[in-house]
Design a protein around this ligand. Sequence first.
Ligand code: SAM
Length: 236
Amino acid sequence: MTDWKRWLRDINITLDDTQERQFSTYYETLVAWNQKMNLTGITEEYEVYEKHFYDSLLASCCYPFMNVSTLADIGGGAGFPGIPLKICFPHLQLTVIDATKKRIQFLQHLVKELALENVNVIHMRAEDAAREVNHRDHYDVVIARAVAKMPVLAELCLPFTRTNGVWIAMKGKSGEEEKIAAAGAIQTLNGGEIDQHYFELPTEASDRRVYVIGKTKGTPKAYPRKAGTIEKKPLQ
Ligand code: SAM
């Protein structure tokens, strides 16, 4: 995968042999488990490296992960973007929360296969986990990709973010529209400034938007609302 090395160089990431092996084991495990459960529609090796691994790592161009301790990946599914970030920044204390049991079982297996330390994989809905004292207003960085539109995602992510921490929303082309629609939700949930970054995937050239949203103070008591309500009546 010569292109992979070049892509990483362009985003200032260098991998040692252990990290290279972790990415190849990740690929093999993902494809093997994907035969028995639906984890991803992307299985060709080059595409997994570009659209899952590299795409996940774009977050590291937008925020200094070297200075981050606690990272929560909300709706992490098969581990994106949390696991690629953990491989590249092994000091991170990573928590992945997902509502789908089978994906959690995959992640538990993957974490063992990759010998990753300080990874906590939790089978819960984000709305419920964010009410627990050890998760609420706790994480330096909360990240999510392909989970919900931003007005809904704000309510799933900002309650986990500590004051002065950030929520990172990884989006495609629709990000711009979603960001505008999420302005009210971000304000209600004590989100602050939005820092935005635009990318293109190296070969496929599709647009990526990464939004880094600050958290100015603790989450108001009323949020997050119950599962179902958030999607039915997104904050305006
Ligand atoms: N983030 C991964 C990625 O980019 O490949 C997975 C995306 S997948 C389309 C969406 C995931 O979000 C699913 O695994 C689903 O179970 C999870 N999810 C959706 N809503 C959730 C919620 N309210 N709480 C926890 N997990 C949720």
